[in-house]
Design a protein around this ligand. Structure first.
Ligand code: ADP
Ligand code: 5GP
Length: 190
């Protein structure tokens, strides 16, 4: 059997740049695989069930909580839950893959508590809250209500950034990506 893999958790306030960075990392590193989370939020335009998320009803999600299937889960905003499936992660780790998690801040810290040295936690910091809002608005995926909740949450999330292995400011995309790529490469080879 190949050597056991490791976990890389990418966290940021919503709109911070996780998906953007995750896509590039997955294209760049063939040994890196994406952990598909479960969520109760509806799919966005273009999102595919089983690829971007496992889209579940509230009842289906609750059943998985009761059955102990989540490594961690969070209620990200009122009534909307997200969770990492233990079986997916362990299966890939045992096959020797590096696993990329796109995860909220508290979820990433929980993952670090579970996997310790087998986990790298990266915090992507937006240059300012104003720029974060602009990027979220330009992405055009939120209603005024979900935008407000996400921005309110962002401030609190940023206060946890010093608990991460590395913080990368996402001002210029290329500069930020190259910092993240270096950190991932170093962790994979350590
Ligand atoms: P998250 O996955 O953390 O919610 P996204 O990756 O979807 O964030 O990024 C939010 C929006 O900001 C997207 O429309 C993305 O294209 C844009 N974006 C990300 N990084 C930058 C950057 N450095 N400069 C300008 N726009 C960016
Ligand atoms: P979005 O709705 O923008 O896709 O995700 C909202 C937030 O939930 C993001 O911060 C995203 O990283 C986080 N998230 C996605 N999957 C998981 C997960 O499995 N667990 C936790 N704790 N957060 C997740």
């Amino acid at each position: 059997m190949s050597k056991r893999g490791k976990v890389i958790a990418l966290a940021a306030p919503s709109g911070g740049g996780k998906s953007t960075m995750a896509k590039r990392l997955l294209n760049e590193f063939p040994d890196l695989t994406f952990s598909v989370s479960a969520t109760t939020r509806p799919p966005r335009k273009g999102e595919i069930d089983g690829k971007d998320y496992h889209f579940l009803s509230k009842e289906e999600f609750q059943k998985k909580i009761d059955a102990g299937e989540f490594l961690e889960w969070e209620e990200f905003y009122k009534g909307t839950r997200y969770g990492t499936l233990q079986s997916d992660v362990e299966y890939q780790l045992n096959k020797g893959y590096f696993i990329l998690l796109d995860i909220d801040v508290l979820g990433a810290l929980n993952i670090k508590n579970i996997y310790r040295d087998e986990a790298l936690t990266l915090f992507i910091l937006p240059p300012s809250l104003q720029i974060l809002e602009e990027r979220l608005r330009n992405r055009d995926t939120e209603t005024e209500e979900t935008l407000k909740t996400r921005l309110e949450r962002a401030q609190k999330e940023i206060s946890y950034s010093d608990k991460f292995d590395k913080v990368v400011v996402n001002d210029d995309l290329e500069t930020a990506y190259s910092e993240i790529k270096q950190a991932v490469k170093h962790f994979m080879n350590s």
